[in-house]
Design a protein around this ligand. Structure first.
Ligand SMILES: [Fe+2]
Length: 157
């Protein structure tokens, strides 16, 4: 599935409702790196690139703080469902994948579904911004190849 759609209205809307700093650790530069990693890994794994891109833009969009907010993924899933058919068009399988990936993205799981795991890979490859070196244990083999370069980028990006 192509990720070719008009992103600006969606991004404006997401940024406009943020409760956290858009320049912060969970803000737009993080989303951009997650998008890049997710599309790189997702293309290699033949995953759904539209779901992955929407994960990048939405997964931290409902955070209420930068620290401990265990329900932010669940709120992001509800938020995504409310935007479907307005800013983007996902079928029910895609929306399920996106909501599942967001609900569980900060719980340390791995998944056999290439789209869901590519979302998690992408977020974890950017852990260097929080002084964490990404662990292969939680990444696909396709993502693991990018650990060193992603770590560098997350520190200096
Ligand atoms: Fe994230």
């Amino acid at each position: 599935m192509t990720n070719n759609f008009d992103k600006k209205p969606l991004l404006d809307f997401i940024v406009g409702q943020l409760k956290i700093d858009k320049e912060g650790i969970h803000g737009t530069s993080h989303w951009a790196r997650v998008r890049h990693h997710g599309l790189t890994v997702g293309k290699e794994r033949d995953a759904d690139l539209l779901v992955i891109e929407l994960f990048a833009f939405l997964h931290d969009s409902q955070r209420e703080n930068e620290w401990r907010d265990p329900l932010h993924g669940t709120r992001a899933a509800d938020f995504a469902a409310s935007l479907n058919s307005v800013y983007f068009d996902l079928n029910s399988t895609q929306l399920d994948q996106l909501c599942y990936a967001m609900t569980l993205h900060s719980d340390g799981h791995v998944h056999t579904d290439a789209t869901i795991q590519s979302c998690w890979d992408a977020d974890r490859l950017d852990l260097g911004r929080a002084d964490i070196y990404p662990s292969e244990k939680f990444l696909s083999s396709e993502a693991s190849k990018h650990i060193a370069s992603a770590y560098e980028w997350s520190r200096h990006g």
